[in-house]
Every structure is written in C-alpha cells, then in structure tokens.
Design a binder for this molecule. Structure first.
Ligand SMILES: *Cc1c(COP(=O)(O)O)cnc(C)c1O
Length: 368
C-alpha cells in the first residue's frame, strides 16, 4: 500500500458513519448557506478553544483578510509578520495596500523571534501576525506584551496549530484575534476550503460577522465594505463529524511526534524540531532540518517515502513582494531554514511499522 504524507482516507474510513450521516442531514434540510451546522460548529469551537467568539469563514486566508479589514488596515499601514511561513498573511497585508514588515524567526522553533520584534514597531504599525508554524505557538505572552506597549493588535495565524496549547491555554484563544484554516491537510480539516476567526472582543466579532457577508448590517443594508466570505454548511458539518474524535487525534499526534523525536535522536546531520516546555505542538508538520537536504530527499524518494518542503523560499525573496515589503534586521535564520527544512509524513493514523520505515530511511539518508 502506498505510504501517505497525510492519510485522509484512513481518517474517513474510521469516521465514515459520522461523516456520511452529517452530510446526509444537510442534504435533507437543504440550508446550504448559514445553515444550523454553521452555528453549531461556531458554538462548539468557542467551547473547545475558550475564545468567546468564533466566526466560520471561507478559508484561513479569508480569516486573515477579514481580521485585517476589521482592524481598518490599509495604505500607509504596516503589519509585522514572519518571513518564514505560507504566503497568506503577507499576501492579505499587501492586498489591502499595507506593508508586510518581516522580522526574523528563531533558528530552532522556526517561529517569530520576540526579541527582534520591538525594533520593528513604528507609529505606522497596526498589527502583528505571529504564525504558529508547524503546530506550535510563538511566545504569545511576550508578543502580546510588546503589542500592548505600542497599542498594536495581535492576530495569531493558527492555521497549523488548532488543538495546540500554550501555558495551559489553547491556540486561537491567545490574542485579540486568531485565524485558523480547515484546509483538508490541517490538524482539523474539512473536505474543501474553510476557516475560522476567533476573538474575545464583542465589537470586533460583530464587525467581522458583517464583513463576512458583504458588510451587511441587516439584509441589503451595507454599513461597511465586506466580502463573500462564508464557510458553507456542508463543510461545517464535516468538521462537526470530526470534532468528537479530535481529542483522540491530538493525543495520537503528540504520541507520534514524541516517537519521532525518540527514534530520530542523534540521527547524523539532522536537527530535530524543538518544542518549548510551556507549550505543545499538534505537529501540523513534523519538520526536521537537514545539513544536506538534497541527499536526504533522494534517500526518502528512493524508499518511496513522501515528503514536503515547508517552505523553500522565504517571503521577502518572493518576486511579487519585491519593493512591497520591509525587512527589519537580517533574515539569516529564515534563509538558512529555507535551505534545510524537510517535513516527514505526519497524521494520527501513522502506525508504528510505517513510522519505523520512515525513520530508517531518514537515518540511512545522511550516510550517502
Ligand atoms: C494553510 C495556511 C493558511 C491559509 O489557509 P487556507 O485555508 O488554505 O486559506 C494561512 N497560514 C498558514 C500558516 C497556513 O499554513
């Protein structure tokens, strides 16, 4: 059987009855937009994260866009974020005419370095978007404290970290606003595009709900400019079907991550991912750093182990952003990581035998 990078088919097999049942219910009631499952999911996710408000939206990217629009971010503003991430946060900042300001990441966690953050804040700074990369949050207390000193909003990009904890609290409930994604391969995924916004601020929640539906205050009365940003009922139903076993899945992710760390300890030429003691990673990706990535890649390919590189080119080097972004200080860690990172298969259904096969290929991979 083919080894999967993320085995969504195994997950479907184990949850078939719940998922099929939930889908059938939507087909029967026919409320495909803003149907009962949408509100049910929002309530469940508020309870899960502890965040007072959850607003489901069309994707993680849409969540970032809506949160920036709610903050009134536009031309002349700056938003600080990570240069070593998926493009979405920087992209939505630039789309609104604001400037993405990049601060380098930590070499071990690959997350935004709070020690370098304050130097990047200017009177134009409107928000900071720390990305909880690979399933582990940044040092959110430190980042919130810096933001508070300067009256800046923190928006957690939690697309890879739903289910992770930081000092006993859950990702998505660690800052004024958080954005997550239900893209199929994320820790909690649907079967298409989907995402959610979280906030503790009642006023912001109302604004974001309005932006989600064309800035409507009431039907056909538009008090602000918005987007068509709803998550559809079927996708919400699918997330609901997966939610009952999500605690089990997170537990499995933690175990499989620990097992990778144990089995790969001391592997030559490989630096293992680092999780700070005050938090957990849901291993949105299990990403190692290889001294010689091309060699490791070719060994994994010949053992038919699927792999991915998250991410091969830092964001300040992307052609579309030339002249549109600002860097504060050196981006040396981001640039170094882009040359070295490699993600291994990671999902709750990875069995010990398969994991051993992957580990063997990695261990053999650096010897040539
Ligand atoms: C996946 C991802 C997004 C975007 O989510 P979509 O639902 O695909 O729009 C944003 N940020 C990060 C860090 C991601 O991994």
């Amino acid at each position: 059987m083919r080894l999967e990078f993320i085995d969504l088919k195994a997950q479907y097999r184990s949850l078939k009855d719940e998922i099929d049942g939930r889908i059938q219910k939507v087909l029967d009631h026919g409320q495909f937009i803003l149907g009962p499952e949408v509100w049910e999911l929002e309530t469940r996710l508020e309870a899960y994260t502890g965040a007072p408000h959850c607003i489901t939206v069309a994707s993680g990217t849409e969540a970032l866009l809506i949160s920036l629009m709610a903050m009134g971010v536009g031309r002349g503003d700056e938003v600080i974020t990570s240069p070593f991430s998926f493009i979405a946060a920087a992209e939505m900042i630039a789309l609104l005419g604001a400037t993405p300001v990049f601060v380098d990441v930590e070499r071990d966690t690959c997350n935004l370095d709070p020690n370098k953050l304050e130097a990047a804040v200017t009177p134009k700074t409107k928000a900071i978007i720390p990305v909880s990369l690979y399933g582990q949050t940044c040092d959110m207390d430190e980042i919130n404290a810096i933001a508070a000193r300067h009256g800046v909003t923190v928006i957690e990009d939690a697309a890879q970290s739903f289910g992770a904890t930081y000092r006993g609290r859950r990702s998505c409930n660690l800052s004024s606003i958080a954005c997550t994604s239900f893209f199929p391969s994320k820790p909690l995924g649907c079967y298409g595009d989907g995402g959610a916004l979280f906030t503790s601020d009642d006023k912001l929640a109302t604004i974001m709900r309005q932006i989600r539906v064309h800035g409507q205050e009431r039907r056909y009365f538009h008090s602000r400019i918005g987007v068509g940003g709803r998550m559809d009922t079927l996708q919400c139903a699918i997330v609901l079907a997966k939610l009952d076993s999500f605690d089990w899945e997170v537990e499995r992710r933690l175990q499989i991550g620990d097992e990778y760390l144990r089995l790969l300890q001391g592997a030559e030429g490989i630096a293992l991912p680092v999780v700070r003691p005050d938090r957990t990673s849901v291993w949105g990706q299990f990403t190692v750093q290889a001294e010689n990535r091309p060699l490791l890649e070719s060994k994994l390919r010949s053992a038919e182990i699927p792999l991915a590189v998250h991410y091969p080119l830092p964001l300040h080097c992307q052609p579309a952003y030339e002249g549109l972004c600002r860097r504060v200080g050196s981006m040396e860690n981001a640039e170094r990581l882009a040359q070295r990172v490699l993600s291994l298969p990671m999902h709750p259904f990875l069995d010990p035998e398969t994991q051993n096969k992957i580990v063997e290929a990695v261990r053999g991979g650096q010897r040539g």
